[in-house]
Design a protein around this ligand. Structure first.
Ligand code: SF4
Length: 622
């Protein structure tokens, strides 16, 4: 059955996938999302949606959505009433609170209001400093780097400004994969406005094919060294903007070790390429430095944030009317999680530390919300050990995820299409979500569940709806002061204004990375999907890419006698993956790529947060 357009109830909302924050219109019939279409009159996406936003919605209507709480009894997960489930959760958390404490791991797709309430729940009810979100795997480190250098934890400009920039630098980021609609903005800047475009990346992609693009095709793990080398050139050639900047002389001294010749040799590029890129960045009025960040890259994230901010300060990217430093979080509300302080409190543990502590028996409970660490975090073995060892595990999600299967209690939550509230995209634009469909069965919003839990644990914190929570945010969250829920219009509101002024400009020295010495090194990243927790349940993206693979340079494949679709054994970190070969032109010799979003392929058994892993490759027998 195909719904006719006039039969559909249309509801304007925001895409629930990535930090681009595209506005979209849900087409609803009989409480099912039947279509998603763009609305070119509103939003930052100018009528564009990528395959995930446009076709990746079937998970909303999926038959296997959780509809009732589940409580483990005699080793089996059994359906339970909300009352019974909340009794179990409250009792488990109360016990844990008085013992070694509760760790909270949240996803990046809760609304701002839910994150804000969760912060209060952690502080006042669960009384734990251990609070983190999936972006905390990496995004938190980058934002810490920005906070040290600029005093802000967000992008400083807006996406439309990038289209008008004269020079753009993208670091280890292919926005066509991670934030495709922003990728189109960069495309326009390069093709229509002739922006000088420098890409620092370990593989080729759509960005590197743009006309005139200067690609620094580096060895994985050397990105920070290259940023340091670019800063070195700006300082040595007297091209740097240093007025009002603290720490310049100390940085100049530290960067003596990052002369282009030295870095170029390690990174496998030419010194002249580094020098040219630095000179291009120094020219022009408006410049943008772009970082897209995702789950796999938790190694060196703080350092990457500092090195990128150093360069943004020195090349003048923060001085133009347009552009700035852009930090594009992976998930729809990664920025909101940072804004609402979903980060460890004083003395608290981050996501990785919590899992390590749980595996060592040093945490009494884990509360996992909208997140599937077993499927999507690096170092699967450690996550598995943590989930097995922790005495009490609560999972709140849409589906019976791999992590949920280990839980003591599962609480059914709802998707973006069923929620009222706000998301903040990667350019700080606060936008309204509106519910298009009713939740399946007894599933509840995260906000409603948090409120229920607070009440059950004897707190006076209560749920009065997203509007009331937003009003509290608007009186206390930096940048959100004075915002009004009802006054958020079709274009959203950019907190801090179109150009966010840094609080200070402090450049700092950071160590560079060393490339992995091995015949083959494996990198991971996004390919069409994100973490896969939702998109591998959606028909649209699955039609475009149905299973995992290992990608090779054609020369390496020929040398190993591997043909397209052959089964290949990839061994690293004591684990083995068996994957189909994909032979392409994107990769340098000696590199292989495996997307990280097909959990069943087991990529996070091999990756433990490194920039690249040394691997051995051979053709596998079927
Ligand atoms: Fe959704 Fe991101 Fe695609 Fe926009 S670019 S449609 S926000 S996934």
């Amino acid at each position: 059955f195909k719904a006719r357009p006039w039969q559909l109830k249309e509801v304007d909302s925001v895409c629930g996938y990535c930090g681009n924050g595209c506005t979209l219109t849900l087409g609803v019939l009989n409480n099912k999302v039947e279509t998603i279409r763009f609305n070119d009159k509103i939003g930052v996406n100018d009528g564009n949606l990528c395959v995930r936003g446009r076709f990746g919605y079937s998970f909303i209507n999926a038959e296997d959505r959780l509809q009732k709480p589940l409580v483990r009894k005699h080793g089996r997960l059994e359906p339970a009433s909300w009352s019974e489930a909340m009794d179990a959760v409250a009792a488990g958390f109360e016990k844990a609170r008085g013992d070694k404490g509760v760790g909270i791991l949240s996803g990046g797709r809760l609304t701002n209001e839910e994150f804000f309430f969760l912060g209060h729940l952690a502080d006042k009810v669960l009384r734990t400093p251990h609070l983190d979100h999936s972006g905390g795997e990496c995004y938190k480190g980058v934002t810490e780097g920005l906070a040290e250098t600029l005093g802000v934890k967000a992008s400083t400009g807006t996406f439309p400004q990038v289209e008008e920039c004269d020079a753009i630098l993208a670091i280890r980021s292919d926005f066509y994969e991670t934030h495709p609609v922003f990728g189109m903005v960069v495309n326009q800047a390069v093709k229509r406005h002739n922006a000088k475009f420098v890409v620092v990346s370990d593989k080729k992609g759509k960005f590197t094919k743009l006309p005139g693009t200067q690609t620094l095709l580096t060895k994985p793990g050397t990105e920070i060294s290259i940023l340091n080398a670019l800063a070195h050139v700006l300082l040595v050639e007297d091209l740097a903007q240093t007025d009002g900047v603290e720490g310049v002389e100390a940085l100049r001294a530290a960067l003596a070790d990052f002369a282009p010749k030295v870095v170029a040799a390690k990174a496998g590029i030419s010194a002249e390429a580094i020098e040219k890129a630095a000179r291009d960045l120094a020219q022009g009025k408006n410049k943008a430095i772009l970082l897209a960040y995702g789950l796999p890259y938790n190694a060196y994230s703080r350092e990457l944030g500092v090195a990128a901010a150093n360069l943004a300060i020195l090349c003048g990217a923060l001085d133009g009317e347009k552009g700035g430093l852009f930090l594009c979080g992976e998930k729809a509300n990664s920025q909101g999680a940072i804004d609402q302080a979903i980060v460890p409190r004083q003395g608290g543990m981050g996501a990785q530390q919590m899992l390590a502590a749980a595996a060592d028996g040093e945490l009494s409970a884990l509360y996992v919300i909208g997140e599937d660490p077993l499927a999507s975090y690096p170092d699967r073995a450690r996550t598995q050990a943590a989930l097995e060892k922790v005495p009490f595990l609560v999972v709140q999600d849409l589906f019976l995820t791999e992590t949920a299967r280990e839980a003591d209690v599962i609480l059914p939550a709802v998707s973006f299409a069923e929620k009222d509230g706000t998301f903040t995209n990667a350019e700080r634009r606060v936008q309204r979500l509106r519910p298009g469909v009713k939740s399946p069965g007894e599933a509840r919003s995260d906000l409603a569940i948090f409120s229920l839990l607070a009440g059950r644990m004897g707190s006076s914190l209560s749920f009065t709806g997203p509007k009331a929570v937003f009003a509290e945010m608007a009186s206390s969250v930096p940048g959100y002061q004075g915002l009004n829920f009802d006054a958020i219009g079709p274009q959203g509101v950019v907190w801090g204004g179109e150009n966010l002024a840094p609080q200070w400009r402090k450049v700092k020295a950071v160590a560079g990375g060393e490339p992995v010495a091995a015949r083959f090194q494996m990198v991971t990243g996004s390919a069409l999907y994100h973490s896969g927790t939702l998109s591998v349940r959606a028909k649209g993206p699955l039609a475009a890419m149905a299973e995992s693979y290992v990608e090779f340079a054609s020369e390496d494949a020929a040398e190993l006698g591997i043909a397209d679709a052959d089964l290949v054994s990839v061994r690293g970190n004591g684990e083995e993956l068996r994957l189909k070969a994909k032979i392409g032109k994107r990769l340098q010799r000696g590199m292989v790529f495996v997307p990280y979003h097909f959990a069943d392929a087991g990529v996070n058994k091999v990756f433990r947060g490194e920039a690249a892993v040394a691997v051995e490759i051979s053709k596998a027998s079927v």
